[in-house]
Design a binder for this molecule. Structure first.
Ligand SMILES: [Fe+2]
Ligand SMILES: [Fe+2]
Length: 288
């Protein structure tokens, strides 16, 4: 079943209930003041306790050049491009979430609203990506904020009514699922398989992919037939534009392939190794 198919009202309600149960189980209790999730903190404590650093060669100078100037991206090694991509791929989401949280801090947040979990998960995404780079020897990196068209678009996204923004959010989540899947596989190809740090980095990217797949299924359940039709109309133009804005991704991957995979997104997408851990979007479909 395509992710762009419209769900019935019953399926949408069931998805939302099931997703809330799922994130409660996966994330543990949120601490709203600290902006943390219990199980995620436990995961991080474990990851950070293993203090080993990657032993292989890392193109650090290329990485910094690529972070400074998009023009450098084209002529550098794939590992350099990959690292830039890791550094920049959660920029957009983290920018939107920061803005949304700043706007809503005064209101009390709801522990029975999946959005609460989705937003807090984004902090861990940024943290996992930065920690991956740290393991490769790049520490003290600050994420830069999006610029240009991306920034304008994301600001609009954070501020517009949810009914409208969910259309764009779904497009963003679909694009994200494909990108993080590609990023994980590329990491497995480029990093030394015998180095234990590689397994740690790949596991963090899997965690991210598992989360994003859930976000996608959840956002989809918030859209009725009219807005789903809008999503279908916008996807072929909009998704490649989003990828184009992620310059390291555009240098490392084929935009056409990423876009094709995104447009073909369905509920069978999760690779076997993570299937047991992803949100089961199929289980909540009404039997016909
Ligand atoms: Fe994310
Ligand atoms: Fe997401």
């Amino acid at each position: 079943m395509s992710i762009f198919d419209t769900l019935t009202k019953i399926e949408r309600d069931r998805t939302q209930d099931a997703y809330l149960e799922y994130v409660k189980g996966r994330d543990g209790v949120p601490d709203l003041a600290a902006r943390s999730l219990k199980k995620r903190e436990a995961y991080f404590a474990k990851v950070e306790a293993e203090a080993a650093k990657y032993q292989g060669d890392v193109p650090t100078a290329e990485f910094f050049a690529g972070m400074k100037s998009n023009r450098e991206l084209k002529q550098m090694s794939e590992l350099g491009q990959w690292m830039c991509c890791v550094a920049r791929s959660n920029e957009g989401e983290s920018f939107v979430i920061d803005m949304a949280l700043a706007d809503s801090d005064k209101r009390s947040r709801d522990l029975n609203d999946p959005i609460t979990y989705v937003q807090l998960e984004e902090f861990y995404h940024t943290r996992m990506l930065l920690h991956s780079l740290d393991l490769l020897g790049v520490s003290d990196l600050r994420l830069s904020e999006p610029r240009g068209f991306g920034r304008t678009f994301l600001t609009l996204l954070a501020r517009m009514p949810k009914d409208v923004s969910n259309v764009l959010a779904l497009l963003g989540e679909v694009a994200g699922v494909v990108l993080f899947d590609a990023l994980r596989d590329k990491g497995a190809e480029l990093l030394d398989a015998d180095d234990p740090v590689t397994a740690q980095i790949l596991d963090m990217l899997d965690q991210l992919l598992i989360d994003e797949y859930g976000h996608m299924a959840f956002v989809r359940s918030r859209l009725g037939p009219v807005r789903m039709e809008l999503v279908r109309k916008m996807a072929p133009k909009f998704i490649p534009r989003m990828y184009l804005d992620n310059r390291p991704a555009a240098a490392l991957f084929s935009l056409r392939e990423l876009t094709e995979r995104a447009l073909a997104m369905d509920l069978d997408f999760p690779p076997e190794r993570i299937q047991a851990r992803v949100f089961d979007a199929k289980a909540v479909m009404a039997p016909n």
